[in-house]
Each structure stands twice: as C-alpha cells, then as structure tokens.
Ligand binder design. Sequence first.
Ligand SMILES: Nc1ncnc2c1ncn2[C@@H]1O[C@H](COP(=O)(O)OP(=O)(O)OP(=O)(O)O)[C@@H](O)[C@H]1O
Ligand SMILES: [Mg+2]
Length: 470
Amino acid sequence: MPLRSSLQKGYINTILQEIPALSSLFSAYASIITTIMLLRTMFDQFLPPQVRRYVIKALKYYWEPKSSDTQTLEFEEKDGRSPNNMFNVAEAYLCTIISLDSKRLRITKKESESHFNIKFAKSQQIVDSFEGISVTWEYLNEKQKKEDNDLTKIRRCLTLKFDQIHRDIVLTRYLPSIIKKVEHLKNQKKAVKIFSLETRGFKAPVNLDHPSTFDTLAMDPNQKKAIIDDLDLFVRRRDFYKKVGKVWKRGYLLYGPPGTGKSSLIAAMANYLKFDVYDLQLMNVRSDSSLKDMMLQTSNRSILVIEDIDCSTNMPNRNGTTPSKSKSPSDSKFSLSGLLNFIDGLWSCCGDERIIIFTTNHLEKLDPALLRPGRMDMHIHMSYLTFNGFKILAANYLNIHNDHWRFREIEELIRCKKVTPAEVAEELLKSDNAEVVLEGLVKFLKGKKNGAGATTTKGDEVLEAKTDNI
Ligand SMILES: Nc1ncnc2c1ncn2[C@@H]1O[C@H](COP(=O)(O)OP(=O)(O)OP(=O)(O)O)[C@@H](O)[C@H]1O
Ligand SMILES: [Mg+2]
C-alpha cells in the first residue's frame, strides 16, 4: 500500500532527526545519576554518623509532606471508664450527614425503637464542610493489647482531621455547632411527659401524647403567631435574662369560656417546646411550704400548669378571707400571697427556663393581685370560634383546604352565634362524609341562640402581651 509505506517512511525520518537531541538527554540523565551516587558514597564514607543523621533529618523536614499541617482530634468512646459524651454527640451528628452512597454502613436498632439507624462504619471517611473549610471524619475500631495481660480490647474512636490553620474555627465554632445540632435533634425526638400532683407530691410521669399542635389549634392566625413568637423569644433569651437579673421564666394567663382550647393550647405549647408539663392541682397543696417543696421536684424546661385558678382552691386572699365559706383561713396554710411570691420568682429561682400557665373561665373572679401588670407576662383570651378558626378545623377534620360552597353560610352563622371550637369539633366528627357533616353543622348553628359580639376576629384584641415586664 503506497499510503502506508509513505507514512512509515515519515515516522522513521522524524525519529532519525531527533536522535541527537535524545542522546544528549540520555547523557545528561546518566551524569545526574552518577553524581548522586558519588555524593551518596561520599556521604556514607566521609561523614560521621551523627552528622549523617542530622542531615537526613533536615532533608526530611524540607522535602517530606508535612504531617504537622494536619491537626487530628480524637473522640474516644470511653473517657477512662466513663462514656465520652463527645463521642456520642459526634456519632449522632455524623448520622445526619452520612451519604447512603458510602460503600460501608453500620445499621443499628434498639428493641424499643421502631426504625433502624444508619451509622458510618469502620475505616469509612466522611468529609464535612463548615464556614468554607473542609474536615474529614473517620471511624476507627482497633484492637489494643492490655498492658497487664494478654487480653485485647476494642478501642472505638472517631477522628477529625483538618488543616491546622483552622484549629480555632473547629474548636470554637464547628464543635459547638455540632453539640447544638445534636441537642436540637434530641429535643425533637423527646417524648413530652406530664406529671400530676397528688397530696404527697408529683406522681410518676406518663407521656403527654396529646395530639394538639399549633397547626391543629383553631385560633386567630395573628394571635397564634404572637404566641409562637413569644415562646421563641423566651427560649433564646437565656443570656438576656441573666444580664437583666431576672429569673428565666414566663407566665401566661389563658382565659375564656369552656371548650375554647385553653388546655389544647397548653398541650400545643408543650409539644412545640418539648417541655414537660407539671399539672398542679391547688386543692392538693396544703401550705406555702409544701408548694415550695413541690417546686423543688420540678425540672428545668418545663411548664407548670394551674388550671381553673378561680375555683381550684378556696385559697385565702391577702386579707385572710376565703372566697367560699366551706373552709376557713385557718384550715389552709396556703395563701394567695404564697402563690404570688412563687409567681414573682422568689421560689422559682431554683430553676431555669420555666413557663407558668394559669387558666380560668372567669377572669372577673380572679383576685386583682393576680392580674397586676408584671405577674403574668401575657394574658391570652381564648374566645369563641371565628371563621378563620373554623377553616383550620375544616382542614384538620374534613381535609377541606380550599373553599366549599357551604362556607359563606357557615361564616355568616359563626359571625352571629356564640359557638366554641369544642362544639364545632364535635359536629365535624360525626361522619366521614364532608357534605353530611357540613349540612349537620349548619343545622346545629341555626339551632343555636344568637349572641351579639360572639366572636372577636382581631388577634390584637384577644391577646394582651405584657412584654415590657419580660
Ligand atoms: N381552639 C381549638 N382548636 C382546636 N380544637 C379545639 C379548640 N378548642 C377546643 N377544641 C376541641 O375541644 C376539646 C376541648 O377543648 P379544651 O379542653 O382545650 O378546652 P378548654 O378551653 O380547656 O375547656 P375548659 O375551660 O372546660 O377546660 C379539645 O380536645 C379539642 O378537641
Ligand atoms: Mg381546660
């Protein structure tokens, strides 16, 4: 083939032309090797061993990749004999950033858990980034010989590697942010407990298991938002309370007719904050000092509830007279001023992050001392159902998220009737069929007495925040 042979000829010519350049490259390379070998021989033969060692060390320092550039932190599973919580925190955090693409994963499950956990496995690495820096986690699971005998033990450890120049960021910001994230996660998973009071103290707690949340509460949206904002502000103000020298507590007074959602709101608050609830029935409190003892039994991050404050006890007022004749002041060593002292923080200063909630159906019956500005931080009026509230119930109970042809009529009826969310919720439960339920509700509303000014629609009219009192 003429073409092929001409190409081959071309290659050969090119190679022949390059021969002088290649041969000079080879000779340069050979002379470098010879020089190195000569130097090596001189180095071995003429330099004393100490100097040789020193030179080798110096060369290593300049030429080897510097291992000291990488900082390694070790999180051992055990700190001596006790568990190292930082290991658990780091492990929990890594579960949240693990990629399912990892070639090796560990799967764990406790008997009490309904789902399995995915953890990262021996010798696997996870690269994480924080504020633009990159860090590498590795899980070590190595056998170690015990010093005193031949037995081996397993050393479990997480290592965190990063460039040394980022040490401050890792120690002062990255690790604290991990602790915060894990605390938050734990809090999300926490089951809220309720402690009820007996004469001798609080009973063993049970899970609150109350399904009420801010999403399911039929309330004016502005009022709901104001409460959520207030709770959020409260929980993030630890330093602020410290700075101004106030006990870190917040008091809410919920008032309104029966069935308007006062207890449901308490459950929603507890579920939102994941705070345990202490249900304090005042009839079981015998004296001011026993109230103080009860307080000592409660934990931080909790809600103390005193329901129906107007009628739960024949508490003597500050003049020593009881509202009811069934008990004389001498029968009870528990007084209104004792309770007021407690609210004012004298006794609650044994704990942090406390919420106190009073409920009443009759605001007018309460001792004015309880209502004085500064006692309860926020007065929340739980009123009759509004149309906005009804739409929330319709979405929850009937899955109606948009408009419905019956809504205009229902809106008109709700505007001029006094109807509680509890009454409407009961009507909405009566059938699976939305048409049947709404027809029944219209009938029910038509059958109710008219009530002027039954509903208040503006959030700011039904919510009085005494925010200036913290
Ligand atoms: N605002 C509301 N949003 C949603 N459901 C509500 C609301 N109010 C009442 N309900 C329903 O009515 C039931 C009773 O309400 P809840 O016990 O919260 O009322 P209450 O104001 O505490 O009444 P009481 O003054 O008698 O203690 C709740 O379990 C819930 O199903
Ligand atoms: Mg209630």
